[in-house]
Design a protein around this ligand. Structure first.
Ligand SMILES: C[S@@+](CC[C@H](N)C(=O)[O-])C[C@H]1O[C@@H](n2cnc3c(N)ncnc32)[C@H](O)[C@@H]1O
Length: 235
């Protein structure tokens, strides 16, 4: 009987706690008392045009039905990639690590309006085929060039200027990609690195380089555990 009463009290306490937590508005009670306020959330992206609506629908379908094993960026990171790309008016984005094309299609949302194009690299033939199909159904295939093969070799064929580089493949390779691609990035261009989370891991040399060179300005955004390093090549 006593055990039953204890269990009942515990369940009641958990339910009460859940209610209080859910009832807090962003910046509510806690914010007013000077403690950390709950972060604001942006809500879902709102399509401005029918074309944008179609692309967002494909992205959502990929998130719900294809994401397993694809190592896609979270939607918020995709939105950030789109926002930065559109903000710098990018004409040429280079991505390393296409997978099934999820982040690539976020870039395309921006490139449709800037009149730009994406070159994206993938070593895995099965993923590359899936990406091609996704580009086609999102209606962005004409602004994407998918290069199949080892990006460490393939990037040597690229020509500048590049406005945005997105690194999202083999982490230990980021330093090599930086050395090969930075000369092609235009002044004022961006190098974005996904999974920038630990200075001691496989990205050590890359992170050292982007935080110690005077011609670069780097910040790390941690909207998720993965983190994105945002590096500006100064003018
Ligand atoms: C984290 S996934 C990319 C996810 C993708 N950016 C997205 O968010 O939808 C990394 C991809 O990089 C590819 N990759 C790994 N090493 C590579 C290399 N040397 N050259 C080209 N692609 C590579 C993998 O096959 C994998 O599909």
């Amino acid at each position: 009987m006593r055990l039953l009463a204890t269990a009942f009290m515990a369940a009641f306490a958990i339910a009460l706690l859940a209610y209080v937590t859910a009832a807090q508005p962003p910046g509510g009670q806690e914010g007013r008392r000077g403690r950390a306020a709950a972060p604001l959330t942006a809500g879902s992206p709102l399509p401005k045009t029918e074309a944008e609506k179609k692309i967002l629908a494909v992205l959502e379908d990929m998130r719900l039905n294809q994401a397993r094993g694809m190592q896609n960026v979270p939607p918020e990171d995709g939105r950030l990639l789109r926002l930065l790309t559109e903000a710098v008016g990018a004409k040429h984005v280079v991505e390393i690590g296409t997978s099934n094309g999820y982040s690539a299609i976020w870039f395309c949302l921006a490139l449709r309006t800037t009149g730009g194009k994406l070159t994206t690299h993938e070593i895995d033939a099965r993923r590359a085929a899936l990406a091609r199909e996704n580009f086609r159904r999102a209606g962005v295939d004409k602004i994407v060039t998918l290069v199949e093969g080892d990006a460490h070799k393939e990037v040597a064929k690229l020509q500048g200027p590049i406005d945005v580089v997105f690194l999202d493949a083999d982490k230990e390779g980021y330093f090599d990609y930086l050395n090969k691609l930075l000369p092609l990035v235009r002044p004022g261009g961006l190098i974005l690195a996904h999974n920038a989370r630990s200075a001691a891991g496989p990205m050590k040399k890359y992170l050292e380089a982007v935080t110690t060179r005077a011609e670069l300005e780097t910040l790390f955004l941690h909207m998720h555990a993965a983190g994105i390093g945002v590096t500006l090549k100064k003018r």
